[in-house]
Write a protein that binds this ligand. Sequence first.
Ligand code: GDD
Ligand code: MN
Length: 363
Amino acid sequence: MLSIVVPTYREAENIHPLVQRIRAALDPLGGYEIVFVDDNSNDGTEARVDEVRQAGAPVRLIVRKHERGLSSAVMRGFREARGDLLLCMDADMSHPPEAIPMMLRALEQNNADLVVGSRYVPGGEVEKGWGAYRWLNSLVALWLARPLSRVRDSGAGFFLVPRRIFEQGDNLNPIGYKTLLEISVKCPCRNVVEVPIQFADRKFGESKLSLREQILYLLHLKRLYDYRFPRATFVTQYCAIGLTAALLNLLVLALLRAAGCPFGLADALAIAAGVSWSFWPNRWLTFDLMEQHPAGPQYLHYLGRTAVGLIINWLVATGLVNHVGGFGGHEFLAAMAGIAAGGLFNFLLLVGKFCRPAVLPGK
Ligand code: GDD
Ligand code: MN
């Protein structure tokens, strides 16, 4: 049996026309149910679903009273669905129900693990109404997800997955809009087929894709990168943050020197500024532990872990300035050499320790 899961938030006007089109496409094939997952829209959705049920449509409605969110609604629908095939689609008829039989055939013929109704394969299309902003948005969003998923249209909300594949998902917990991306990364979707669809503009109601959802998307991506490439993600973040700390270090040094502070003290304060700054983004992004440890002790821990590198930094910089002829006039170069030496030391120390990301500082 096929379960069509339709997340809804204020889509009352779309229920009748959507169900009518699904029925026209699927009644001849039989064996399906439609599961609406509504987040307490209170706009008459329940009454509309009752009406179509009374007219003989195989529909069910789940109302979530205390939760909001597209992906989590889809997850809920998939979990409560009765079918062995799970399909997700929007309520606003952006996704043509007439394409469902083709998706079912594609699944069967290819013995696929995932079938996507895709805008971005030959034959796929987006209706003219999309402005430049939405295009750019959609393409940047897809491009950011490229290394994670082999699905061309990983932002699609129209896809079909066998329940056995869905159930093998590793701790599925999507945030925001991109359910398909989560599934394609965390479920064993080896054989993915994308069938072209024409993505239509909605006629009734309005889109709920807000700025908030776009920020959630970045958080979701970050989680998936951590999941898929834990070490590479960790190293990239750590190095990028280290670079900003180095720049701050040099800036503070320049200011203090301009104010007449002696080099040794100025460099020490500059190093302290750099490391104090780097703690925060590392705490949020790299170590990922903000709820688990209070900031104060974690900061001290961080200082302890980085101390040797910081001392190397200072010793190299002041040593060059004070004892190596020629560096006296090139303090900045000396400071950079110190940063490079200390940074490299801390980096190697960390790389040595982090064979498993679970033992990162703070964990
Ligand atoms: N239950 C529930 N809760 N449903 C929601 C929520 C929510 O918080 N937010 C949105 N929905 C439902 C809408 O009612 C609609 O049926 C569907 O999710 C898609 O929402 P839209 O607001 O129409 O999204 P969109 O058109 O901007 O985005 C669609 O296209 C994107 C690609 O451009 C979706 O299919 C996205 O998944 C897709 O990435
Ligand atoms: Mn829409």
